[in-house]
Design a protein around this ligand. Structure first.
Ligand code: IPE
Ligand code: IPE
Ligand code: MG
Length: 264
């Protein structure tokens, strides 16, 4: 026991102090799972006459801020859209910059993620990513798997339609081998085949940069998410912007198809 206490002390000592939850927010009504479409990096750079990729670099800082705040405030899961299956259509230099950025950031931040008890996972078709990035992803996933803090999911080469097709294919394969009765396929069985299996559905979806679309993100999981769209460009997303999103969420009435508001 004294040993585990000492380890806890060590973790506490090496950690930055927790950011307090702003008084405006009701701690009992925070979303359990926040999903974010981190958009507007290119426009942020353009506004400053910088190359687009500088927006991606700055976007990493916004992601670190957001993860830390969500973790400090006790939000259970944060799922962010980092690279879509459609983003391969971008110029080759931008795609390779992003892949290198993902590698560098992951290598650099892994220790901090471990220390802060973050459990990181990557959702998407990972086999198409560069081999070095795949190795880092494997290592980061394994090294943080037993962490007890926030679930941090990074959607990388992720597409909602592709995820649904893969789930259907996996179920069909089980039916073909006779291990699954088609009648047994219900919503829970389907959701269990998705990469988000085990995670509650997002309560809140935030999209930055003022675009009113889902862009192939979490098509199944967002069925009843509250949507907050802000004009803030992702690299500028800060505590004030996150508080606005959470306040907006707390002011919504969620009815899930019924007539009475359903409390979280
Ligand atoms: C989001 O910013 C980051 C990725 C899609 C990787 P964008 O790069 O889409 O920025 P805009 O939308 O062009 O401003
Ligand atoms: C969505 O942003 C994907 C990510 C944030 C990774 P995009 O910038 O790719 O989406 P569209 O093209 O505006 O729909
Ligand atoms: Mg964009």
């Amino acid at each position: 026991m004294s040993r585990s206490l000492a380890t806890t002390d060590l973790i506490q000592a090496s950690r930055q102090p927790l950011a307090p939850l702003p008084e405006l927010l009701d701690p009992a009504r925070l979303p359990a799972h926040v999903a974010v479409i981190m958009d507007g990096n290119g426009r942020w750079a353009k506004q400053r006459n910088l190359p687009r990729v500088m927006g991606h670099r700055e976007g990493v800082e916004a992601l670190k801020r957001t993860l830390r705040l969500c973790s400090d405030w006790g939000i259970g899961a944060l799922t962010t859209y980092a690279f879509s299956t459609e983003n391969w259509n971008r110029p080759g230099e931008e795609v390779s910059f992003l892949m290198t950025l993902f590698e560098r950031v992951l290598a650099r931040e892994l220790e901090a993620l471990e220390r802060e008890q973050v459990r990181i996972r990557f959702l998407g078709d990972l086999e198409q990513l560069p081999a070095g990035l795949q190795r880092l992803i494997e290592a980061a996933t394994a090294r943080t798997a037993a962490n007890t803090g926030i679930h941090f999911n990074v959607c990388t080469n992720y597409g909602g339609r592709r995820e649904l097709v893969q789930a259907a294919r996996q179920l069909a394969a089980q039916v073909a081998t006779g291990t699954l009765d088609p009648e047994a396929i219900d919503e829970a069985a389907f959701a269990a085949q998705l990469q988000t299996a085990g995670e509650v559905d997002p309560d809140l979806l935030i999209r930055t940069s003022g675009e009113y679309r889902i862009s192939n993100f979490l098509l199944w999981q967002l069925a009843y998410a509250e949507i907050h769209i802000t004009d803030v460009l992702w690299p500028d997303f800060d505590e004030a912007a996150l508080v606005r999103a959470l306040l907006d969420y707390q002011n919504r009435q969620r009815r899930f198809g019924g007539v009475e508001p359903v409390e979280a």
